[in-house]
Design a binder for this molecule. Structure first.
Ligand code: DQA
Length: 161
């Protein structure tokens, strides 16, 4: 019996890998915060779309958001031992200056993909640098909330080598 599936879709009967979706500071305000820049979708909308896309890709997406640098670092550090295969992270403004978050991502041995909803390179100069990007396995920005699903696909391609 053939078990072929379309590329990028889940294989029936195989265990789903767990992926952590992390959103950093102020992303809990999506939907009300600067809609011209970030759109009208709420964080709950973003999480639901990413979970649904993950399910089609054979990934169990677990969503977390925190406004606190240390809490994000704790979640990154514990992800491998919690059984996560990879991380999709929107670090928010921490991307621009948190060497501690950068070091946490660098210290773990599972792939991480960074996503920003807005095109940070087309905005204020302080957003043009991501100190976390160099330790990531991929970087997506400026694609709106569609970027979360793109990041998930990029992570999957890393996981599948
Ligand atoms: C953001 C971009 C950051 O510069 C900003 O501080 C955010 C959101 C984005 O998703 O576009 O909080 O990460």
């Amino acid at each position: 019996m053939s078990t072929d599936t379309a590329p990028g879709t889940a294989t029936p009967g195989t265990a789903h890998r767990k992926v952590l979706l992390l959103n950093g500071p102020n992303l809990n305000l999506l939907g009300q915060r600067d809609p011209a820049t970030y759109g009208s979708a709420t964080l709950a909308d973003v999480e639901a779309r990413t979970v649904a896309a993950g399910s089609e890709l054979g990934l169990d997406v677990v969503c977390r958001q925190s406004n606190h640098e240390g809490a994000l670092i704790d979640l990154v550090q514990s992800a491998p031992t919690e059984g996560f295969s990879g991380i999709v992270i929107n670090p928010g403004a921490y991307a621009h200056y948190s060497y501690a978050l950068r070091d946490a991502v660098d210290a773990i041995d599972i792939p991480c993909v960074e996503i920003h909803i807005s095109n940070v390179h087309a905005r204020e100069p302080f957003r043009h640098t991501s100190v976390t990007a160099p330790v990531m396995d991929g970087f997506i920005c400026g694609c709106g909330i569609a970027g979360y699903v793109l990041a998930l696909r990029a992570l999957l391609s890393r996981l599948d080598g």
